[in-house]
Design a protein around this ligand. Structure first.
Ligand code: M6R
Length: 576
């Protein structure tokens, strides 16, 4: 969701900075723009749609300093006017911004609403800079102190000597290279061994040779961090889409996890749960589904009360949190705003915090007492697939922190070769495409997998889908079962097999088409996708979600969509 790249150094093609910005395309955006200074004036170019439109417009233009942005519309429509960079009312400053300025209405009124020409909250930053007095750095420092909300922002003025960065609750990284310095909102696009990770409420004044950091108006030192962001090549290789590639990388991800967590007990050990009386797991979307399974396993294996919360609800629902609570934050990106807000609440309440994330330098990783890596490598497609499997794997290990940890690693290793590599049959894809709506059903863990399967299908194939615990069907939803409805049943729990099959029979007799995902070869007479069985039943959830991810991807492709970039969605949701 929104991306920022700034470059300062020797005169270079602006296209180079835009190529770096392209590495952030996966986050989702609907317009792109760039600003730089030419003959004492700030020039600003913006285009709705793909970055390539902007690259075409920019051609061979060059500059020593430029700031670029991809915008995912929040305040104001996706138009050129609202795209960033945004110019101040006297054209002395230009700003790109990720996040939301929560007090923008108040500041706008203070500056004078007539001076504003866009519908964005961002415009308040550049107009505040114009409105305040003093040299640019004092204006930037004062401006930062007046903003409320979340922001990672780069600023240039007409002097063309510095880029200024401000930051709160939204990431911003600075990497110095031989030829110049690159500033970005996402570490994955910085090709540097060392970088600075800007803390909240810090201002950076950056020129080609040096960077000065300010906190509360005073100059401070910041440590250089080593870039261990060792993402493998982001090339598609033999695959048509990242989603297909990433699903296929699930087994590699699980082996990475086994390797890392076997090699050191710094990550998971019995001390994690010492003195803990309750565990709250929280995340959004797919990560929330991982939390649901994690809560089941922690409660079952560790006998500690555990519950999963949707992160956007958590801070409004007054959960029981104190210094004997453990909060587990689950997030692929480590930047999801709602999960961050939940983590901040937990911190205020004195809870122990674990973050399970794919991005080791993310805001959520920094917030935690312990960070458990997902080892999934870059996940580019918006739909989370291998990272979901990784979340389940790490949560499974966590649920064995106090006993049977070695065995749990062996169990995990054992499933690496068990992911069903068969293609989803054309017949099944057709059934789903021709359906009016799709219901996914299952019991216990399979019920959670049902919700995850439905989310995937909605997200990338735009098919009306819903996940239910099979026992709930009779309490309302069965009224929607008729011809042209598809019901996908997940059955991996032998104890509840017959219960789910009863629900299957009920929907068949009301005209639904049924597809079953199961490891039980005795289930016959239905359209079925058979999966392998894990030694530990809990791990069947990793094996059963795999064909559901592939199914959603195949349906999306067959309908002519791009599963990597579903409409209206961003990879990393950094606003509430
Ligand atoms: O980066 P996060 O794991 O915190 O993201 C949370 C959700 O936005 C994410 O899982 C979303 O639901 C996915 N697009 C689902 O595939």
């Amino acid at each position: 969701m929104c991306g920022i790249v700034g470059y300062i150094g020797s005169k270079t093609d602006i296209k180079n900075a835009l190529e770096t910005l392209k590495k952030l395309e996966y986050r989702g955006y609907d317009s792109a723009g760039v600003a730089f200074v030419k003959r004492g004036k700030i020039q600003c170019f913006k285009r709705v749609g793909q970055i390539n439109n902007l690259i075409e417009t920019i051609g061979k233009k060059s500059a020593k300093i430029c700031i670029c942005h991809t915008r995912w519309a929040t305040h104001g429509k996706a138009t050129e006017e609202n795209a960033h960079p945004i110019m101040s009312y006297n054209n002395n400053f230009s700003v790109v911004h990720n996040g939301i300025i929560e007090n923008y209405k108040y500041l706008k009124a203070k500056i004078g609403a007539e001076k504003f020409s866009t519908s964005t909250d961002t415009e308040v930053i550049c107009n505040l800079l114009e409105y305040l007095k003093g040299d640019t750095i004092s204006r930037v420092i004062e401006c930062e102190s007046l903003l409320e909300g979340s922001y990672a922002s780069l600023i240039i003025d007409k002097c063309n000597k510095y880029i200024y960065a401000i930051k709160n609750k939204s990431p911003m990284y600075i990497a110095c290279g031989k030829k110049g310095t690159t500033i970005a909102s996402d570490i994955s696009c910085l090709n540097a061994e060392y970088f600075y990770n800007l803390p909240d409420h810090t201002v950076a004044k950056i020129n080609k040779k040096e960077i000065t950091f300010y906190s509360n108006g005073n100059i401070i030192d910041l440590p250089l961090c080593k870039n261990i962001h060792n993402f493998e090549s982001n090339d598609l290789g033999q695959y048509k889409t990242y989603m297909q590639k990433e699903i296929a990388e699930t087994n590699k991800t699980i082996s990475n996890i086994v390797e890392l967590y076997s090699s050191s007990n710094n990550y998971i050990n019995e001390n994690i749960f010492k003195g803990i009386k309750n565990v709250i797991l929280t995340g959004c979307g797919t990560a929330y589904h991982a939390c649901c399974l994690g809560a089941n396993w922690i409660q079952k294996n560790l006998k500690i009360p555990a519950s999963a919360y949707i992160a956007s609800e958590l801070r409004y629902s007054e959960p029981i949190l104190d210094d004997s609570s453990l909060m587990v934050l689950v997030s692929q990106s480590g930047e999801t705003a709602d999960t961050l807000a939940a983590g901040e609440l937990a911190k205020d309440k004195g809870c122990r915090i674990i973050t399970i994330t794919n991005v080791g330098y993310s805001t959520l990783a920094n917030l935690a007492d312990v960070c458990l890596p997902l080892c999934a490598g870059a996940e580019i497609a918006v739909a989370s697939t291998k990272a979901y499997a990784a979340m389940l794997a790490v949560l499974y290990l966590l649920s064995h922190a106090t006993s049977g940890f070695i065995k749990s690693l062996q169990n995990l290793k054992e499933i690496c070769q068990k992911f069903n590599s068969d293609n989803i049959s054309k017949d099944i894809v057709k059934k789903v495409i021709n359906s009016k709506r799709v219901f996914f059903i299952g019991r216990l863990d399979d019920g959670v997998t049902a919700s995850e399967g439905a989310l995937k299908l909605k997200e990338i194939a735009y098919i009306d889908a819903c996940g239910y615990f099979a026992g709930e069907l009779k309490h309302g939803t069965i009224a929607l079962i008729e011809n042209d409805v598809v019901v996908i049943a997940i059955i991996t729990n032998p104890n509840l097999k017959q219960k789910t099959l009863n629900a299957v029979e009920e929907v068949v007799s009301r005209g639904a088409e049924v597809i079953i995902i199961t490891n039980d070869k005795s289930i016959t007479g239905y359209t079925t996708i058979f999966i392998d069985t894990a030694i530990d039943e809990e791990l069947n959830s990793l094996l059963s979600v795999y064909p559901l991810q592939k199914l959603a991807c195949e349906v999306s492709l067959s309908l002519g969509f791009n599963p990597d970039k579903p409409r209206n969605l961003a990879k990393s949701v950094t606003v509430e």
